[in-house]
Design a protein around this ligand. Structure first.
Ligand code: NAD
Length: 474
């Protein structure tokens, strides 16, 4: 098995495809030959993917350690086991999902069959992000295969070891014509987007999402965009503040905030802010010790460009730091940092933070929170903590976001039956569980008639010459 170490030449063992067009064409030919349609092929590929996970758990954990200094616990919980569970679920329900649907039919179609076939689109392109480099790429890939598509996948070039792992392992386990990996960054992705695909699934930033959307219009290619944005948290005065604080801190500091559904900022009253900061100090010390840089549980920032971006944000808010604030560029480490009394006009409120900095903005009440949220782009997730059902309902009914999680953070991701995705600037479409299968499936409607004499007689009223009598008869 692959031994992952920084500069190993894993991908040299197999020459990179010289010609991107040829690789995509190979996938298209495989689809056209009907390779990917049979359920047996899909099941066999998904089982091979399961073997790839089971036999290379250690290599996956190691790749994530190299890319993000991810702890084993977070690697297993948020990527390896996440992939395995989703795949087990897909394998379990595959036969049921694939079955043509028989919607209800009216009297006129009593003698006919009315069917919706679950048709694959063709060749799907899946583009991944670096922050959960295995899960965000391979979860949609599994769904695309389950739905009978050929797949071209492009891992993020910024998570180097994970991209190498994928480029090395996928050809070893999966069909080399129908499921292919293309490595590279923006330039290769731009070239890829020149090709014709039947479906595009993109995870990443909103700005690049717009580039992908524009490229897709050329061939009217349907697509899913899993994007980001600033996911707000509202804490009500009635919330259990101990539990609330822990749940928010965990969701924020896994992967040191480099999570699309991480709480971006908190809206709460001054009193709640004070309690939150007090408890957070105690909890962070319990979790990460006196010197968080020494904690084995905190990840590192993906690269120096992102480190500098985050450092600038901390520097711009120096006077508002109430916890943390230290950093070390050599180690790309930024301490869990909390900012209090932040203003909507502060720099930290401009863009998605995507790092371990958590600003708190004091507000008066839920209505002010709703107004604040509705004045900005639609978030990927909206978090609200309260014991008051009326307050919660009012937030649910009066705001728009990709999804919501009440009285917790991030855990909504693990609910297989909840479709996951954004709305507006945070994305288009959704996946997870059956929603992934449906995403990569075209619902092909079909009316099936026969030539029975009675059927023809019943329907013959439609033929000319037309008359008023025939109209009432039909
Ligand atoms: P990114 O948009 O920079 O990169 C994503 C992919 O696009 C990479 O594979 C990259 O090679 C490619 N790419 C980059 N620039 C390109 C260009 N100019 N033309 C064509 N392709 C290009 O995003 P990222 O930095 O990897 O991820 C961070 C963002 O992704 C955050 O905003 C985060 O919220 C979001 N995100 C969303 C989800 C979700 O499920 N909704 C999950 C993870 C991350």
């Amino acid at each position: 098995h692959a031994k992952m170490n920084g500069n190993s030449n894993l991908s040299n063992s197999k020459p990179k495809p010289v010609n991107l067009t040829e690789t995509v064409q190979r996938a298209r030919d495989a689809f056209s030959r009907g390779v990917t349609r049979p359920i047996e092929w899909r099941r066999q590929q998904l089982k091979a993917l399961m073997r790839m996970y089971q036999e290379n758990k250690q290599a996956m954990i190691e790749a994530l350690r190299q890319d993000l200094r991810r702890s084993k616990m977070e690697a297993v919980l948020l990527e390896v086991d996440f992939l395995i569970n989703d795949l087990a679920n897909t394998l379990h329900y595959l036969d049921e999902w694939v079955k043509p649907e028989k919607p209800p039919k009216g009297l006129v179609n009593l003698l006919d069959e009315v069917v919706v076939y679950n048709d694959p689109y063709g060749v799907a392109l899946v583009i991944g992000a670096w922050n959960y480099p295995l899960q965000l790429l391979l979860l949609p890939v599994a769904g695309a295969i389950a739905a009978g598509n050929a797949v071209v996948m492009k891992p993020s070039e910024l998570a180097v070891a994970s991209a190498q792992f994928i480029a090395e392992m996928v050809p070893k386990y999966l069909d080399n014509d129908a499921v292919v990996v293309i490595e590279g960054g923006p330039q290769e992705t731009s070239e890829l987007l020149q090709q014709k695909f039947d479906y595009i699934f993109y995870t990443g930033s909103t700005s690049v999402g717009k580039i992908v959307y524009e490229a897709a219009t050329k061939n009217l290619t349907p697509l899913t965009l899993e994007l980001g944005g600033k996911s707000p948290v509202y804490i009500d005065n009635t919330a259990d503040i101990e539990v609330t604080t822990k749940r928010i801190l965990w969701g924020k500091f896994i992967n040191v905030g480099q999570t699309c559904i991480a709480p971006d900022y908190i809206l709460c009253s001054k009193e709640v802010q004070e309690k939150f900061v007090q408890i957070a100090k105690k909890v962070l010390k319990e979790w990460y010790g006196d010197d968080p840089q020494k904690s084995p549980d905190l990840c590192r920032i993906i690269n120096s460009r992102h480190f500098s971006r985050l450092q600038t944000l901390v520097d711009a808010s120096k006077d508002k730091v109430v916890i943390g604030g230290k950093s070390d560029p050599k180690d790309r480490f930024i301490e869990p940092t909390i900012l209090a009394n932040v203003l909507p006009t502060d720099k930290i409120m401009e863009d998605e933070i995507f790092g371990p900095i958590l600003p708190i903005l004091p507000i008066e009440n839920a209505y002010e929170a709703i107004k604040f949220i509705n004045e900005r782009e639609k978030p990927l997730v909206l978090y609200a903590f309260s014991k008051n059902k009326e307050v919660l309902n009012s937030i649910i009914e009066n705001t728009s976001s990709g999804g919501m999680c009440i009285n917790d953070t991030v855990m909504q991701m693990g609910v297989e039956t909840l479709p996951f995705g954004g709305v507006g600037n945070s994305g288009l479409g959704a996946y997870h569980g059956k929603a992934t299968f449906d995403t990569f499936t075209h619902k092909k409607s079909c009316l099936i008639k026969n030539f029975s004499a009675i059927g023809e007689k019943l329907a013959s009223g439609r033929y000319p010459p037309y008359s008023e009598g025939k109209l009432t008869y039909i």
